[in-house]
Design a binder for this molecule. Structure first.
Ligand SMILES: [Zn+2]
Length: 609
């Protein structure tokens, strides 16, 4: 019964709104009600007439700059406000409605109708009820009108008065953040998160902190992610989302055993509290059992269309036979190693490329000229039907780069997707190594295909298969003596993460070919020396750091420095603040967790003038 009433009410309210908008004139509106109103309520004119003044009173009027024109409720013996001519007590005051009439209904319906300049002006008037903004925003998002949803929800979360936010605003807040993310509005997203964290209501702060953690993880900034997690834990000690975030964080940091232990801890703690539903409990139990596999499953189920082809691809890669040899030889004059694509490999690549369609962008380190993920279902399925395509290094290159770009930041995907491809590349590198002592230079022959694949694999496995990533990087460094891929810094970072300080020191002391200085290598050497308690050498190394980049120490010591972004093409200048920021995001956690190291750096900061 109630559902019928709600439908009738909404139908009548929509009709009423259209009628009001004709002239925004009450008597004209009532003329429409007497002519059409009964039709909405099974010929019950009394209900329509009684509702009309209430709806009128809450309708924003364009001619009043979106203010309403509320009617005063008549006294019992006064003429009724529906203009029937009878006394109020004998007319509308006798009609009872099955539910209360929501006060935001006409605003909400108006927000659904308005477009362009009118919508903008209505939102700018700041007269909309928060509940109306919330409902209209959610409806727009559900119906796929993300631009409209963004415009309306921005008005709700504009920060002018957080206290007026309805309690149920949380999903709307998440939707707005999602829209920012989809549209690439990273600045707006960061500003909104900051604003909520500083001044927003408690029930949104927790969500904001969780989001912030995930954002830092996406940017590979582990230290900031950890910081946000600690704050989230204080704001929301009993949220099951924390369990999930901590597992992700620990896996990113490479602490698999600890991830399992902590997931277990959360499971026991939250079970005891008893307010989780079955689905949440099952998820936590699975997380405690095997965090990596659970997060991988969760990702697969979130991918919807991609899930089936991705699972087939995992199966294909797991059963991949040993790669056939490729054509590598030593050039007689120079002694350098050269890989040349064979005719068969070209044919295989051509067949693959018909499906994959996107070409590698030769001008940037790891990127395509277009997004390969739009038609991923097609190329993944085709590849599963033609595993022989992977005999061609160029196909391995495309696949590796595509997988790294999408899953490289998710540690739990690396073992199943990237490790088998790394084994394939390792075999080819071993074959090259057996061919001669020369260097496999980037610019020679088709060498770049192999080296680019190597870089994508090292980067993609850095978090989820750290040891494998480092081993492959060392294989590449041994054969690419110019370090054209810049792998030395990366291997150094990994050694320091594993507390293999002597190996790290040895690596950092190999001379760089062109004599240039790299902040990461200088800092890495300094950290290794500090950990090995060679304080004199550490001090000397630190002076070199300061001479190279005078912002570095300040940037690492500060708790919350302002991010400094690289140029649009990802380049940073040696000695710049951007270089210092980049180093901080990659390695600050290692300095922080080394006893006394941050204080030691702080004491050596160059005095600002
Ligand atoms: Zn009346």
């Amino acid at each position: 019964m109630l559902a019928v009433w709600v439908d009738q009410l909404l139908g009548f309210a929509s009709g009423a709104l259209a009628a009001i908008r004709q002239q925004e004139h009450y008597p004209d509106f009532m003329t429409w009600v007497r002519a059409e109103g009964a039709g909405f309520f099974n010929d019950d004119l009394a209900t329509a007439q009684a509702l009309a003044p209430i709806l009128w009173s809450q309708t924003p009027l364009e001619r009043l700059d979106f203010a309403c024109e509320p009617l005063a409720t008549p006294g019992r013996n006064e003429p009724c406000w529906c203009d029937s001519g009878r006394k109020f007590k004998q007319c509308c005051s006798q009609v009872e409605f099955p539910t209360e009439i929501p006060e935001q209904m006409m605003w909400m319906l108006s927000l659904r109708e308005w477009k362009g300049a009118t919508l903008k002006a209505a939102l700018n008037s700041q007269r909309a009820l928060p509940q109306a903004l919330l409902e209209a925003g959610l409806i727009a998002a559900e119906s796929g009108q993300s631009g409209r949803a963004m415009q309306i929800l921005e008005s709700l979360f504009d920060g002018s008065d957080w206290s007026r936010l309805p309690e149920q605003a949380e999903p709307a807040f998440e939707i707005l953040l999602d829209i920012y993310q989809e549209r690439g509005f990273t600045r707006k997203r960061a500003d909104l998160l900051d604003d909520v964290l500083e001044r927003g209501p408690i029930f949104l702060r927790g969500v904001a902190l969780e989001r912030l953690c995930l954002m830092h993880l996406d940017n590979d900034d582990l230290d900031s992610a950890r910081g946000a997690f600690v704050k989230a834990q204080q704001a929301l000690p009993d949220s099951p989302t924390l369990a999930y975030i901590e597992a992700m964080l620990l896996l990113h940091e490479g602490h698999e055993r600890e991830a399992k232990e902590r997931a277990n801890f959360w499971y026991r703690r939250l079970v005891r509290q008893g307010d989780l539903d079955d689905e949440q409990l099952d998820f936590l139990a699975a997380l405690a059992d095997n965090p990596g596999a659970t997060l991988a499953d969760q990702l697969l189920s979130a991918e919807e269309d991609l899930a089936t082809p991705l699972i087939s691809l995992q199966a294909l890669l797991a059963a991949l036979p040993v790669a056939p040899k490729i054509a590598i030889n030593t050039e007689a004059d120079t002694g350098h190693l050269q890989y040349h694509t064979s005719a068969r490999e070209q044919t295989l690549f051509a067949a693959w490329h018909e499906q994959f369609k996107v070409l590698v962008d030769e001008d940037i380190a790891l990127g395509f000229r277009d997004d390969p993920w739009g038609n991923a279902v097609e190329w993944m399925s085709a590849l599963c039907a033609h595993p022989e395509w992977l005999d061609a290094p160029q196909v391995v290159q495309d696949l590796t780069m595509a997988l790294t770009s999408r899953f490289g930041s998710l540690p739990w995907m690396a073992p199943s997707l990237l490790a088998p491809l790394a084994n394939r590349l390792s075999r080819w590198l071993a074959q090259a190594r057996a061919e001669g002592e020369g260097s496999l230079r980037w610019d020679d022959a088709d060498n770049a295909m192999l080296l680019r694949t190597g870089l994508a694999l090292v980067v993609g496995m850095e978090r989820g298969a750290r040891q494998h990533s480092r081993e492959l990087a060392e294989e590449l460094l041994a054969i690419d003596q110019e370090d054209s891929l810049g792998l030395r810094e990366l291997v150094l970072d990994q050694l320091l993460r594993d507390d293999r300080n002597e190996e790290a020191l040895a690596l950092s002391e190999q001379p760089v070919d062109d004599g240039s200085q790299i902040l990461g290598l200088l800092m890495g050497r300094t950290l290794a020396l500090y950990r090995l308690a060679d304080h004199e050498a550490a001090e000397r190394s630190l002076s070199e750091v300061i001479a190279h980049n005078r912002h570095a120490l300040e940037m690492i010591c500060a708790e919350n420095p302002r991010p400094v972004m690289p140029y649009a093409d990802g380049q940073v200048d040696p000695g710049s603040r951007a270089e210092a920021w980049q180093y901080r995001t990659l390695m600050r956690d290692q300095w922080r967790t080394t006893q006394g190291a941050l204080d030691w750096l702080d004491a050596h900061r160059p005095k600002s003038r």
